[in-house]
Design a protein around this ligand. Structure first.
Ligand code: BEZ
Ligand code: FE
Length: 303
């Protein structure tokens, strides 16, 4: 009897049965895992990983290349450089995990990736204070109100903000221990907050390692859309980690390298001519400055 001919990408019934039998064996090997969640994670990973291998008919050489790539990702990773997180970021896995863990809740402000440049213990500034700390860039007045999802003001919310300078570098990327372009402040009794920051500029994620090679091989830009980071906390509310993006930044169209952009987070940054009166009387007679507004609605905490 002649065997039924297979289409490209398809396999014979005998072959499919062998592949399926292997999956069943691997799944069964995790059956006695005492931790139910670990068992679920490993069995699901097995199903998806094997489905991928079968779908693309992965060659042994390709699998070795993948292992070599992950080995390079491990080798470049140390206390200061976390290439695995970068890999997760450019694959959209970080952003998908953020999305899954911050379910839509009414008008709650959307979350986005945390990134590697947050520092605990950034200096406190008063409302209306300046986060620049000597970082270079166009001054930018940022103001808004922190509310719950019904619009009720949340006083005393802790607002952490951090950003790169106009060269595209965070303070921690310099070798001199400077603290600049970061601070925390609190919303006032009516939920309002304001501060001077810098108009955000685009910058590349570290791309001199294996992840950068992958981006180059796939003709992808390593550049992040211009953004300003926020983390907002208040008792009884879900912690919000997010950014705002600059409306009109061409990198939004080109594509943010870590998929962090949400339409609701794109804000107009209105550039003001030198000498335009500032909201707090700061003298910017010789300099352009910008202003933007970011109202923040926090979702209730989940139990
Ligand atoms: C950032 O926003 O700073 C960032 C996020 C992900 C990877 C690299 C940088
Ligand atoms: Fe950033």
């Amino acid at each position: 009897m002649t065997e039924t001919a297979t289409q490209p990408g398809e396999v014979s019934a005998e072959q499919a049965a062998r592949e399926q039998e292997l999956i069943e064996k691997v799944l069964a090997s995790f059956e006695n895992t005492p931790d139910e969640r670990l068992k679920q994670l490993l069995q699901s990973l097995t199903k998806h990983l094997h489905a991928f291998i079968r779908e693309v008919r992965l060659s042994e050489q390709e699998w070795n290349t993948a292992i070599e790539f992950l080995t390079q990702v491990g080798h470049i990773t140390d206390d200061r450089r976390q290439e695995f997180i970068l890999l997760s970021d450019v694959l959209g896995a970080s952003m998908q995990t953020v999305t899954v863990n911050n379910p839509a809740a009414g008008q709650a402000t959307e979350a986005t990736v945390f990134g590697p440049f947050f520092l605990e213990d950034a200096p406190q500034i008063p409302n209306g204070g300046d986060i620049a700390g000597g970082a270079h860039g166009q001054p930018c007045w940022v103001e808004g109100m922190v509310t719950d999802t019904n619009g009720a003001p949340i006083p005393d919310a802790r607002i952490e903000v951090w950003e790169a300078d106009e060269e595209g570098f965070y303070d921690v990327q310099y070798d001199d221990n400077r603290v600049a372009g970061r601070a925390h402040l609190y919303s006032d009794t009516t939920g309002q907050y304001s501060f001077w920051g810098l108009t955000p500029t685009p910058y590349p994620i570290p791309h001199d390692g294996p992840v950068g090679k992958m981006l180059a091989a796939t003709h992808r830009s390593p550049v992040r859309a211009s953004h300003l980071h926020f983390m907002v906390t208040a008792p009884g509310y879900r912690t919000l980690v997010t950014h705002i993006f600059v409306d009109g930044d061409p990198q939004i169209e080109i594509g943010d390298s870590v998929f962090g952009v949400r339409d609701s987070l794109i804000k107009p940054f209105e550039v003001q001519l030198p000498g335009t009166p500032t909201p707090d009387g700061r003298d910017l007679a010789d300099q352009e400055w910008a202003r933007t507004r970011f109202d923040i609605a926090l979702a209730p905490a989940q139990d």
